[in-house]
Write a protein that binds this ligand. Structure first.
Ligand SMILES: NC(=O)c1ccc[n+]([C@@H]2O[C@H](COP(=O)([O-])OP(=O)(O)OC[C@H]3O[C@@H](n4cnc5c(N)ncnc54)[C@H](OP(=O)(O)O)[C@@H]3O)[C@@H](O)[C@H]2O)c1
Length: 217
């Protein structure tokens, strides 16, 4: 499949490389074509990898991963262009983290709204699926990375059941997420985005970012 990955940070690079490894063609998007980090990622990932501006990547992809800085995500998607996102599944990994007052970050939207919902509202013709935002990027693409003994639970949120099923079957299961809970529509992203304050404090307390949350029932 042709896939766009919007974001040149550690998430974009890790997801992009995992998608290439799975046989997909991936175009990494950033604010400007020829972004140094994107060019390096292309050089490291071979002929199936390419890069371009957010709009080039979104136009290329039949499906789009959103891995941009949370407070820039809506701007990045506007730059990608609504027409290039129309009808496409948007896998939103971004978190509404506000670092303006230092560490630990707070959430710039929470409780009665979420970044996932803001994306869906701004791009109603796209099918937003919020997932993977509750783990470190290396754990995203390898659920066994957090522990050889037990894997965590992954959540999906979104208004389109078929889009959530596709994301679960095509990406989450192959990446080792064998316990996936469909929380419901995109408003349920409030819950997973609000797990970030717990994630950040667990990381600070243990010094280990390779962990996952497990729902035992
Ligand atoms: N790090 C993790 O393991 C992890 C885990 C779970 C969720 N997340 C979430 O995943 C997202 C990506 O995280 P990250 O650490 O990989 O990268 P990041 O540093 O949070 O974001 C990098 C991307 O954001 C874009 N960006 C920054 N400012 C922008 C602006 N003003 N307008 C448009 N785009 C802008 C950058 O574009 P340019 O390339 O043009 O500079 C770059 O592609 C974040 O929302 C984060 O909260 C991260």
């Amino acid at each position: 499949m042709k896939i766009a990955v919007l974001g040149t940070g550690m998430v974009g690079k890790t997801i992009g490389s995992a998608l290439i490894k799975a046989g997909h063609e991936v175009r990494m998007g950033s604010r400007t074509r020829g972004n140094e980090k994107a060019l390096q990622w292309v050089a490291d990932n071979g002929a199936q990898a390419s890069e371009g501006a957010f709009a080039d990547a979104a136009a290329f992809g039949d499906l789009v991963f959103v891995a941009t800085k949370g407070d820039a995500t809506l701007d990045a998607l506007r730059a990608a262009g609504a027409a290039n996102l129309e009808g496409k599944v948007l896998v939103d990994i971004s978190n509404p983290l506000d670092f303006s007052k230092g560490m630990p970050p707070s959430l710039f939207v929470c409780n009665t709204d979420s970044l996932g919902e803001q994306i869906q509202a701004a791009f109603p013709a796209a099918k937003v699926v919020k997932t993977l935002n509750i783990v470190n990027c290396e754990v995203m693409v390898d659920a066994g990375r957090s522990s050889a003994q037990a894997r965590g639970t992954m959540f999906v949120s979104g208004n389109d059941p078929a889009a959530k099923k596709l994301v679960t079957e095509l990406f989450l299961k192959p990446w080792g997420w064998d316990d996936v809970i469909d929380l419901g529509d995109i408003t349920t992203a409030r819950g997973t985005e609000m797990m970030l304050p717990v994630w950040v404090r667990t990381w600070a307390a243990t010094g280990n970012g390779h962990f996952a949350f497990k729902v035992v029932r």
